[in-house]
Design a protein around this ligand. Structure first.
Ligand code: CTP
Ligand code: MG
Length: 241
């Protein structure tokens, strides 16, 4: 039996969002960001189990929250979840969740709790690209802004050719051995901001598939305003979230 697990790093503080609860527990449409993210993963066709890396002192709270939203035990069409304590960096949180996986998991997705509105269709698209043979898969979108390289004095060195750039999102998907090898080889003192970066450092190929605008990351206060608007539009269209 080969299973697909989805790891959810959710142990960050959300400093750029401003004072308040840890970001994963902040509310969107009255529901914590983490609950939205876990629901999208757990209801994706190709996900068999979800592992959340919670804030170290918030494991019990996250377990109760998932239970309250019927996302803990698994139901028809909803994969079960488990919760582990996250670490000091995102990379460390992912590594801790990886250690909790059973031997029957051979595909691992990693998805930020901070991307609550990533659709299940994107989750399945990434998982199926891995199942089709890619070792590492990331969703990416064209860069919309003009991007300039600057020097320490703030002077422009050059305008970068954006046609060859992609803004990458999560969920990112991996064959389990490559992700584990990448984490084992990583430098804890120079943590990566995404998992594909660790795989790239091994010199292994990472495939970019089309991303989804709604998979944007909630980082700053304005992102929450956008997320509320997207959610309101979904609810008005009768999409249950
Ligand atoms: N994350 C984590 N463990 C950490 C730090 C981050 O699991 N020690 C998670 C966050 O919870 C988030 C994801 O990694 O779901 C992406 O990180 P980011 O957007 O940077 O979230 P925060 O670190 O919470 O935000 P900030 O950097 O503004 O403090
Ligand atoms: Mg962070």
């Amino acid at each position: 039996m080969t299973l697909t697990a989805a790891i959810v790093p959710a142990a960050g503080r959300g400093e750029r969002l401003g004072p308040g609860a840890p970001k994963a527990l902040r509310l969107l449409g009255g529901v914590p960001l983490l609950v939205h993210a876990v629901r999208a993963l757990a209801t994706a066709r190709l996900v068999d189990l979800v592992v959340v890396a919670a804030p170290e002192d918030g494991v019990d709270e996250v377990v109760s929250l998932l239970s309250e939203h019927r996302l803990l035990d698994g139901e028809p069409g909803v994969a079960p979840a488990q919760v582990v304590a996250g670490g000091a960096t995102r990379q460390d949180s992912v590594a801790r969740a990886l250690m909790a996986l059973g031997a029957d998991v051979d595909v691992v997705l990693v998805h930020d709790a901070a991307r609550p509105l990533a659709p299940s269709s994107l989750v399945d698209a990434v998982a199926s690209a891995v199942r089709a043979g890619a070792e590492a898969v990331v969703p990416g979108l064209p860069v919309v802004d003009t991007v300039k390289r600057v020097d320490a004095a703030g002077l422009v060195v050059e305008t970068v050719d954006r046609s060859v750039l992609r803004s990458v999102q999560t969920p990112q998907g991996f064959r389990r051995p490559v992700l584990q090898e990448a984490h084992a080889a990583s430098d804890p003192d120079a943590p990566a901001t995404d998992d594909a970066g660790l795989v790239e450092a091994l010199g292994r190929p990472v495939l970019v598939v089309p991303g989804d605008e709604e998979a944007f990351k909630v980082t700053r206060p304005l992102d929450l305003v956008l997320a509320e608007a997207v959610l309101a539009r979904r609810r008005a269209a009768g999409v249950v979230t």
